[in-house]
Design a protein around this ligand. Structure first.
Ligand code: ACO
Length: 328
């Protein structure tokens, strides 16, 4: 009998503090008009000083467990996708395990920037289909605003904080579940989007901090072009692998970096925008948290229906990109 990985529940958490484009107009030389027309972003959330990534991740996980009707004690594995962990080590996933009291679960972090949640879904699906585990918690969580240069208008207007989670469960014989996942990376393009300092290449020092080398650098324009091309390719790869055409896709849950990139992928799939989740206006780019935040938004709004073929995709630092097709 076919073993499939089902998404049994989703959850998300956003910090309370809202930073609007009008707030940013007072901080750097920018305008609401520029930010909205170039990116689609109107506001983003900022974590409270006492909140770290594991705190946001834990809140999202609790909601996902609740929707799935699962208990933390049932979890076999916790994967946290993040590029803004609580510490160098130990993993943020271990801290989430502690917060939830999920002491049976193995736990590790995964770093694939904005594509992290798709990577986590792919790994979780493989563990379940191999027969290693039956209940897996995957989370994308970021407190990115701690790694932003608030004087750099080309990046500081784009990013926000948040967390999204999903419970993966083994199911036998049914139609629903993860149909395929597709992961990619081109390390030759690593420096188009990175935070150069603060770890082993350029260790922490006063000079490193003075030069703000621990903050995000991005060649947005270059990335924009590559993102549109690579996302089109990975959509085609997903359709081909499953013997499907555009008409077979019912819903798109894209990475929320830029409304224009989302519209380009929707156009490739001939999907009207009412079949596409857009949260970038409210959340900004929350990196690994963006796809699960958008997924939870659509699930809780009742927009994704049982039997729908849902395409999840993401693109980000690495450069990494990927997609997953799920029968809901
Ligand atoms: N306000 C006003 N003007 C600005 C701002 C700002 N906040 N930021 C840049 N500008 C100016 C630039 O200086 C430039 O001026 P110039 O022409 O005089 O030199 C002009 O606006 C155009 O800048 P571009 O960077 O070419 O603008 P673009 O249309 O490409 O939009 C953006 C920029 C929104 C960053 C877009 O390129 C983008 O979204 N790129 C993709 C980002 C992405 O997907 N990243 C991957 C995921 S992130 C992750 O993995 C962590």
């Amino acid at each position: 009998m076919t073993v499939r990985t089902v998404i049994a529940g989703t959850g998300s958490y956003l910090p309370e503090k809202i930073l609007t484009n009008a707030d940013l107009e007072k901080m750097v030389d920018t305008t609401d008009e520029w930010i909205v027309s170039r990116s689609g972003i109107r506001e983003r959330r900022v974590a409270a000083p006492e909140q770290a990534t594991s705190d946001l991740a834990t809140e999202a996980a609790r909601k996902a467990l609740d929707m799935a009707g699962s208990s933390a004690a049932d979890l076999d594995l916790i994967i946290v996708a993040t590029l803004s962990p609580d510490h160098f080590f130990p993993s943020t996933a271990g801290l989430v395990q502690r917060n939830l009291g999920a002491f049976k679960a193995a736990a590790f972090d995964l770093e694939a920037a904005c594509t992290g949640f798709i990577y986590a879904l792919s790994i979780g699906d493989a563990f379940i289909r191999m027969g290693s585990y039956e209940n897996i918690l995957i989370i994308g969580a970021e407190v990115l605003t701690r790694f932003i240069n608030w004087e750099d208008r080309s990046t500081c207007v784009l990013f926000g904080d948040g967390a999204g989670a999903a419970i993966l469960r083994r199911e036998e014989g049914g139609e629903r579940g993860v149909l395929s996942t597709h992961l990619h990376c081109d390390g030759r393009l690593a420096e188009l989007l990175y935070a150069p300092g603060g770890v082993s290449r350029i260790p922490p020092s006063h000079e490193m901090i003075d030069q703000k080398l621990n903050t995000v650098r991005m060649q947005g324009n270059e990335i924009f072009k590559i993102a549109v091309t690579k996302l089109r390719e990975v959509v085609e790869e997903t359709l081909e692998k499953n013997g499907l055409t555009e008409e077979d896709i019912d819903f798109l849950v894209p990475h929320q970096a830029n409304l224009r990139i989302i519209q380009a992928t929707a156009k490739r799939l001939n999907l009207p925008m009412e079949k596409v989740v857009v949260t970038v206006d409210r959340h900004g780019n929350t990196s690994a948290a963006s796809v699960p935040l958008a997924l939870d938004d659509a699930v809780r709004a009742g927009r994704i229906k049982s039997g729908d073929r849902v395409l999840l995709e993401a693109f980000g630092g690495g450069l990494t990109w990927g997609a997953a097709l799920v029968r809901w």
